[in-house]
Design a protein around this ligand. Structure first.
Ligand SMILES: [Mn+2]
Length: 221
């Protein structure tokens, strides 16, 4: 039977649509290998994961934070870092921030069809923390922890801004985190990481209606 014009064009058009949707719905992953004289990092991230993790940084409390970051974000995270902890934790914490940010940037690609910005308010028992993330293409961070102890577990708490600074630079993102109030220093840091994970999860999530659109009027993110 002779096909009409519309029948002839309809099949390739549908195939193109299926191909496009496969890209748009694909699982977004990033892999970063970062080696300096101070740290050796191997990191694999899946944004569209199920919160599975395998994290080893040599700093147990930091592992705890990155593990719950993965779980609360719904990200799969495989991270192994061997850093110069005999100096202190600075290089390890900052470089993991950079590598993690780079993995997100890689996984997000051109950022078409994502929400781009996200925020979350998270409780941790008596503590309340907020986080706001904009995957804006520009690096900036503000960190207010209200943490009063130099160490929580084995973690040097003054390095929290260095982690978020590294992440903001690696991901080219604005990251603001703040403890509103709380008592436990453990809870203050944990609430920040949970809020951050959930804010980032929102920012990375896809908006079906805007799938072909860049979430910016600038034409580049
Ligand atoms: Mn905890």
């Amino acid at each position: 039977m002779k096909k009409t014009a519309s029948q002839r064009v309809s099949k390739p058009a549908n195939e193109r649509k299926r191909a496009a949707s496969k890209v748009a719905n694909g699982v977004r992953t990033g892999t970063v290998k970062r080696e300096t004289t101070e740290t050796q990092i191997a990191l694999t991230l899946t944004i569209d994961g199920t919160g599975k993790y395998s994290v080893s940084t040599g700093i147990r409390f930091f592992d705890h934070m990155l593990e719950l970051f993965a779980r609360h974000g719904g990200f799969d995270l495989k991270l192994k870092c061997k850093g110069d902890l005999d100096v202190d934790q600075h290089h390890t914490v900052e470089d993991i921030g950079i590598a993690l940010g780079e993995a997100f940037a890689q996984a997000l690609g051109d950022k078409k069809g994502i929400l781009r910005a996200g925020y979350f308010v998270m409780t941790m028992d008596e503590t309340l923390a907020v986080a706001a993330v904009d995957l804006s293409g520009r690096a900036a961070y503000v960190v207010e922890t209200q943490v009063t102890a130099p160490l929580v577990g084995d973690f040097q708490t003054e390095l929290l801004p260095d982690f978020f600074d590294g992440f903001a630079r690696g991901a080219k993102a604005n990251v603001h985190v703040k403890t509103m109030y709380g008592r436990s220093n453990h809870h203050k840091i944990e609430a920040i990481f949970k809020a951050f994970a959930r804010a980032l999860r929102g920012a990375c999530s896809r908006d079906e209606r805007m799938r072909e659109m860049l979430p910016s009027t600038k034409g580049l993110l």
